[in-house]
Design a protein around this ligand. Structure first.
Ligand SMILES: Cc1cc2nc3c(=O)[nH]c(=O)nc-3n(C[C@H](O)[C@H](O)[C@H](O)COP(=O)(O)OP(=O)(O)OC[C@H]3O[C@@H](n4cnc5c(N)ncnc54)[C@H](O)[C@@H]3O)c2cc1C
Length: 425
């Protein structure tokens, strides 16, 4: 086992055993140096190596240390904004191409899991659930856009009675059942991608934070123990992009969000909570989402801290939220609680681009990265290989920086307080 621990969570407690990976020492040369071993970096590295490039992947901590090893494991159709909103940003044609690529992002997961035999509990089927009339209207609009405008036939509206057969919570007025969204064990998916990447020659170094990059015709990534000189750099550090290049960090906001799991409930009791086995999320601005684990626990996510600090009592606050959905879990102990940083952009669409022609980045999936980050890595690989059309559809999305410089967090806290209030109405 590696010297460094995984971030403590139910995921790390159930992680596939992995080999020890060294830290970078001394100078190394390669075609592409990828920085960050989450889904973006792993996917970029895998696709590049499959195309014959020599690839070095530098990870500050361990594979899957960031959001990719801690998230809710929910594979969600589309983007955070609707395609209609995207069309206002980039035009209808590009918005439709973005939609098609978001569909490809989900297919990519299925394809990789099958091809590389990744054991990560992948399952399809998802419920977007409404707790208010306003959510019902939102879901109706989403379903209409998907079906009429985009030809997506995998989702249908369900009424309160049908929802109660799918999920044993009394809170819901209705929902949108989507067979094209799903769930997986996020850390084991990341570890499986790393194994697949190494099998095609990617050299992964853990415990190797990039502290500085050198720009120029042969850019370089510098770590405390070594230096990688390459034809291209791919920055995939997401919420910690600022540690590689401050100007990238200024374009995203890291938001803390949290997950708990109960103790094992036994198969019958777990099944009684979600008889359908679906992954579920509500449609509040500040989401609550949940699903059952393979060892029959409730895994419940939600709660955010925009201040960038972990406040005391967040675990009991999240537990209280869970009990509002499932009072029948009052006697089930919380066994794991952890958090991580979601990188959001101002307009909640992913942000891809180039710092220089030979330094690319992809980040800021705004809570949709389980599927979209893998696509981001694939598009980086395409762009390096000389076919940048699809990468550039994303790169054309206009992005504003967060206003306020170092004051941006208090501003965001104020803005989010408003949205939270709206969720309560
Ligand atoms: C608690 C939580 C729940 C979430 N739930 C969902 C969900 O259910 N569905 C969904 O679609 N999305 C979800 N997300 C978001 C999703 O996990 C991310 O969008 C996605 O994992 C981003 O992948 P990434 O590879 O871009 O970034 P990351 O996985 O964050 O990877 C970045 C990596 O870069 C490394 N790194 C950073 N700086 C350096 C440096 N200087 N040098 C070297 N390495 C560096 C980090 O250690 C990290 O491993 C959630 C996120 C969190 C935190």
């Amino acid at each position: 086992m590696s010297r460094l621990p995984h971030a403590a969570s139910w995921y790390s407690a159930t992680a596939t055993p992995v080999p020890d990976r060294p830290a970078l020492e001394g100078p190394v040369e390669c075609d592409v140096c990828v920085i960050g071993a989450g889904y973006t970096g792993l996917s970029a590295a895998l696709h590049l190596a499959e195309r014959g490039y020599s690839v070095v992947l530098l990870e500050a901590q361990r594979v899957g240390w960031g959001a990719s090893g801690r998230n809710g494991g929910q594979i969600v159709t589309g983007f955070n904004p609707s395609i209609g909103t995207l069309a206002r940003l980039v035009g209808r044609e590009d918005a439709h191409r973005l939609w098609e690529m978001s569909e490809e992002a989900k297919a990519l997961i299925a394809e990789r899991v099958a091809r590389h035999a990744i054991d990560c509990d992948l399952r399809w089927g998802y419920l977007f659930a409404a707790t208010k009339q306003r959510h019902e209207r939102d879901l109706a609009a989403i379903e209409r856009e998907w079906r009429e405008d985009l030809g997506y036939a995998k989702a249908r509206r369900v009424g309160a009675d049908e929802v109660r057969g799918l999920v044993a919570s009394e809170r819901y007025l209705g929902g949108l059942l989507d067979e094209g969204s799903g769930q997986l064990h996020p850390l084991n998916y990341a570890l499986g991608l790393a194994r697949a990447a190494e099998a095609v020659g990617v050299r992964i170094f853990e415990g190797s934070p990039v502290t500085e990059i050198e720009r120029g015709p042969r850019p370089a990534a510098i770590t405390p123990g070594g230096r990688v000189t390459a034809r291209y750099l791919a920055i995939a550090a997401n919420a910690r992009a600022d540690s590689v290049l401050p100007e990238l960090g200024a374009r995203i906001m890291p938001v803390s969000t949290y997950i708990l799991t109960t103790e094992p409930l036994g198969e019958a009791r777990a099944r009684a909570l979600i008889p359908s086995g679906l992954a579920v999320a509500d449609v509040n601005f500040v989401l609550n989402y949940y699903r059952l684990t393979s060892d029959h626990r409730m895994l419940f996510g939600g709660g955010v801290s925009y201040s960038g600090r972990d406040m005391p009592g967040l675990d009991s606050a999240l537990r209280r939220t869970m009990l509002r959905y499932f009072p029948q879990l009052a006697d089930a102990r919380t066994e794991f609680f952890w958090g991580g940083h979601v990188a959001i952009t101002m307009n909640r669409t992913p942000q891809f681009g180039r710092v220089d022609p030979n330094i690319l980045f992809a980040q800021g999936y705004s809570g949709h990265g389980v599927a979209l980050a893998g696509l981001g890595g694939k598009l980086i690989a395409e762009a390096v290989a000389g076919t940048a059309e699809r990468f550039d559809v994303f790169a054309r999305i206009p992005h504003a920086r967060f206003p306020g410089g170092h004051l941006r967090t208090p501003l965001l806290v104020a803005a989010m307080a408003w949205y939270r209030l709206r969720d309560l109405l």
